[in-house]
Design a protein around this ligand. Structure first.
Ligand SMILES: [Mg+2]
Length: 234
């Protein structure tokens, strides 16, 4: 079967390209403890996967019964990044199967691809750099990707990524021509709200059945799988 002619590939980070072994949560908890005092398990109900960093901070402050403001969110995330630089070095980090090969192939064939992630830019960069993957991506303001600063709602991030990919191509891309690749039902929902098809990869917390049930247009056990490679033209 010939793959659909995607004009852009928008890739999630956590659970899709890398697994950080809990470094993100540890870094966030350290930052929140600094800003808010002892946490004592108050953040146990907080789910991070598929979420966006600013929404995570909003929900975490709510669980800690602390007021939210954009300035406070910026301060929590700034300190989070300091801790992340350290926590990311801990054991448990993994580049997920097939990722390096897929990125090599995308780059080699000149495909337009970028990140589509709830991470702040520098968080994504630290997480990818640990596995040597940062070199596959652009990091400037014109990079064809979407990040936490583009909105608390994940679909805003997808739309921003499509917009920047269009700018890069020099013509408007229909969202249906941009394949979002992610590992959670939230990725699927956000991509569909933005009008993009989704490849769900079961390398995060959710298995293939859960991603299929969420409505993913394509599902693969990992980016190493032939179905995923075909969709990426890799
Ligand atoms: Mg993810």
């Amino acid at each position: 079967m010939t793959p659909p002619p995607f004009q852009a590939y928008l890739l999630d980070v956590d659970g899709t390209l890398v697994s950080c072994g809990g470094a993100g949560r540890r870094s966030l908890e350290r930052s929140l403890a600094h800003h808010c005092g002892p946490i004592d398990g108050a953040l146990a109900p907080l789910r991070l996967d598929g979420m966006t960093d600013r929404r995570i901070v909003r929900e975490a402050l709510g669980l800690l019964r602390q007021p939210f403001s954009e300035e406070r969110c910026d301060a929590v995330l700034a300190r989070y990044l300091l801790h992340l630089e350290e926590e990311i070095a801990a054991p448990g980090y993994e580049v997920l199967p097939g990722v390096v090969d897929a990125l090599e192939k995308l780059r080699a064939r000149g495909a337009l691809y970028g990140l589509c992630t709830g991470n702040v830019v520098d968080g994504a960069r630290v997480k990818l750099a640990r596995g040597g993957l940062d070199r596959y991506f652009e990091w400037g303001p014109a990079a064809p990707g979407g990040f936490a600063a583009d909105g608390e709602a994940r679909e805003q991030i997808v739309l921003a990524a499509v917009r920047r990919a269009s700018t890069r191509l020099g013509r408007p891309i229909d969202p249906g021509e941009a394949l979002v690749v992610g590992d959670t039902p939230r990725d699927v929902e956000a991509a569909h709200l933005a009008g993009c098809p989704v490849l769900g990869v079961a390398t995060g917390r959710y298995d293939a059945a859960a991603l299929r049930a969420a409505g993913a247009d394509f599902v693969a056990p990992a980016l190493a799988h032939p179905d995923a490679r075909r969709l990426l033209g890799a």
